[in-house]
Design a protein around this ligand. Structure first.
Ligand code: S3P
Length: 428
């Protein structure tokens, strides 16, 4: 339980934590490499610690250097075909649950069970089981669609797979399986989703081509990453971007924020709403673009988020609902049915959560509509075990008139353990 009082203004500078998506991928790909990989700035959070533990179980040597910032993790991989059989506890990490079966399915022998917490057990895995089976994999799941997931090593063949839903996790799973399959594996996306896996595979020397939403990979002899630097997580920075936009008189600087074009749909939406976000000092960190962001408060107009934009801001849609409560007019999100399959049913939890703070918001099967009221009274929000809901409640508290009490605020540690410390830094 935590209480966040209304802020008079937000000021100062901070660096968001390292990118969660990229950290998961760095650990998994490093374990698939034959040699040693140094991951500089690996995210230390509940989710990404689960991935390090999983890589240890599979036989990789993982050394976490606790001293110093940014954190350093060194991983001695087992090679493409060297994963040790066993049980893997993914805890709350959906990305680990969806990516890892791709690698394991192509092992020459062995059996793995992937299981996790109560929330993970409600998250569909048939979306990865189906394409893997088409490649020749042996995969079983509970009731045909839920974890625990059983994977047995088998010989795989490349396929051409048209994703039924835009999902970077499913795309990545098929691409990882493609690294162990005979022939070519192609994934066709209906709408572009985050491409961190593709960028990292190219950096690791995998034969991969990507154009216009069609990604093709072939089996390499071996993978080699060497050194990776993880940029700041745009999805974590997004909480501060929105907070500084909503709290009048704010001026906030955010350092080294990852600005991969497949992640920053929120910036386009904010621009349309009239927000004041300046991007300076654009540069590349390894294979990912980063920059400094300068955010000032602004008054906002409503907007409509279209289905084609959804994958570019899937994890930021709860924040769009909050922005909508402060904007003039009605903000509508459509084509976002995927939100129902996140750490919570994020259409339901966002609608219920913001309603309990006084917002006028209605859920729809594939999104929501929020009527702007120029602000929020405040109240009590239940995070429902979902890290992004806990942080949404805190940002709502900063911008509210009466403050917000967050039930289950500790869920923030899944992706952003220092969230409440950072909040203290920019409000004091
Ligand atoms: C992620 C992809 C997204 C996102 C999740 C992380 C990833 O899920 O919501 O938080 O790291 O690939 P989907 O790919 O299932 O949409």
């Amino acid at each position: 339980m935590a209480r966040v009082e209304p802020a008079t203004r937000l000021a100062g500078a901070l660096a968001p934590p390292a990118d969660k998506s990229i950290s998961h991928r760095a650990a998994i790909l490093a374990a698939m490499c034959a040699g040693r990989t140094s991951v500089e700035g690996y995210l230390r959070s509940a989710d990404t610690d689960s991935t390090l533990e999983a890589m240890r179980r599979l036989g990789a040597l993982v050394e976490v250097h606790e001293q110093g910032e940014p954190s350093l993790v060194e991983i001695e991989g087992v090679g493409l075909h060297g994963a040790k059989p066993g049980r893997i506890d993914v805890a709350n990490a959906g990305t680990l649950l969806r990516l890892l079966p791709g690698w394991l399915a192509g092992q020459r022998a062995g059996e793995w069970t992937l299981d996790g917490d109560e929330s993970i057990r409600r998250r569909p895995v048939d979306r990865v089981a189906e394409p893997l089976r088409l490649m020749g994999a042996v995969v079983e799941c509970r009731d045909g669609r839920l974890p625990p997931l059983l994977v047995r090593g088998a010989e795989l063949s490349g396929i051409r797979y048209e994703l039924p839903v835009a999902s970077a996790q499913v795309k990545s799973c098929v691409l990882l399986a493609g690294l162990l399959a005979a022939g070519e594996t192609t994934v066709v996306e209906p709408v572009r989703s985050r491409d961190h896996t593709e960028r990292m595979l190219v950096a690791a020397g995998a034969p991969l081509e990507s154009r216009d939403g069609v990604v093709t990979v072939r089996a390499p002899q071996a993978l080699e990453l060497g050194r990776i630097v993880v940029p700041g997580d745009f999805s974590s920075a997004a909480f501060w971007i929105v907070a500084a936009t909503l709290v009048a008189g704010s001026e906030l600087k955010l350092h080294a924020v990852g600005l991969n074009p497949t992640r920053i749909g929120l910036l386009r939406v904010l621009e349309r709403m009239g927000a004041a976000v300046e991007v300076v000092d654009r540069r590349m960190v390894g294979m990912e673009p980063v920059a400094e962001l300068l955010v000032r408060s602004a008054s906002l107009g409503a907007t409509a988020v279209a289905p084609g934009e959804v994958p570019l801001l899937i994890d930021e849609l709860p924040l769009v609902a909050l922005l909508g409560a402060f904007a003039e007019g009605t903000t509508v999100v459509t084509g976002a049915e995927e939100l129902r399959h996140k750490e919570s049913d994020r259409i339901e939890t966002v609608v219920e959560g913001l309603r309990s703070l006084g917002a006028k918001i209605d859920g729809r099967p594939d999104g929501f509509a929020v009527e702007g009221m120029g602000g929020l009274p405040g109240g009590v929000l239940d995070a429902a075990g979902d890290h992004r809901l806990a942080m949404l409640g805190a940002v709502a508290g900063l911008a509210s008139r009466g403050g917000v009490e967050i039930r289950g605020a500790e869920a923030a540690a899944v992706s952003y353990p220092r969230f409440f410390d950072d909040l203290g830094l920019i409000t004091s």
